[in-house]
Design a protein around this ligand. Structure first.
Ligand code: ATP
Ligand code: MG
Length: 137
């Protein structure tokens, strides 16, 4: 079964949106196969966002994602990687359609509520970074 890595970012946790986000994926028919509240260590944040390490906002990105607890999850289902990205909406909340998570709740590009893997390769890499096999059902 296809799997993806989804994370409620510190702004989403702080605003009480964990339940809302889980509910949207549950209602869509996907299955949560791993989930945990955690504060991301700096090294893990740098590894997770390694594709952005040369970008000017990298320092800010790592600072923000480590600034408070996140809710990290693995979700399974047919087409879950691409469908979850559609349900999240565009990176910039101002460009994200109403009805998407970022369109409905996001404020700025830095505080855009949720992360989701963008490809099968990213999903495999990110799930392995955050979850041990025994942490998934
Ligand atoms: P994510 O990887 O978090 O699911 P994404 O795939 O939609 O988001 P990426 O291009 O991978 O977007 O960027 C990763 C994150 O970096 C974005 O979610 C956003 O929080 C932050 N980011 C992207 N572009 C900028 C920018 N120009 N300024 C500040 N932060 C940015
Ligand atoms: Mg991304």
């Amino acid at each position: 079964m296809e799997k993806t890595f989804i994370m409620v970012k510190p702004d989403g946790v702080q605003r009480g949106l964990i339940g809302e986000i889980i509910s949207r994926f549950e209602k869509k028919g996907f299955q949560m196969v791993g989930g945990k509240l955690m504060t991301i260590p700096r090294e893990l944040a740098e590894q997770h966002y390694t594709e952005h390490k040369e970008r000017p906002f990298f320092g800010e990105l790592v600072q923000f994602i480590t600034s408070g607890p996140v809710f990290a999850m693995v979700w399974a289902g047919d087409g879950v990687i691409a469908t979850a990205r559609q349900m999240m909406g565009k990176t910039k909340p101002a460009d994200a359609d109403p009805g998407t998570i970022r369109g409905d709740f996001g404020i700025t590009v830095g505080k855009n509520i949720v992360h989701g893997s963008d490809s099968p390769e990213s999903a495999e890499r990110e799930i392995a970074l955050f979850f041990k096999d025994e942490e998934q059902v």
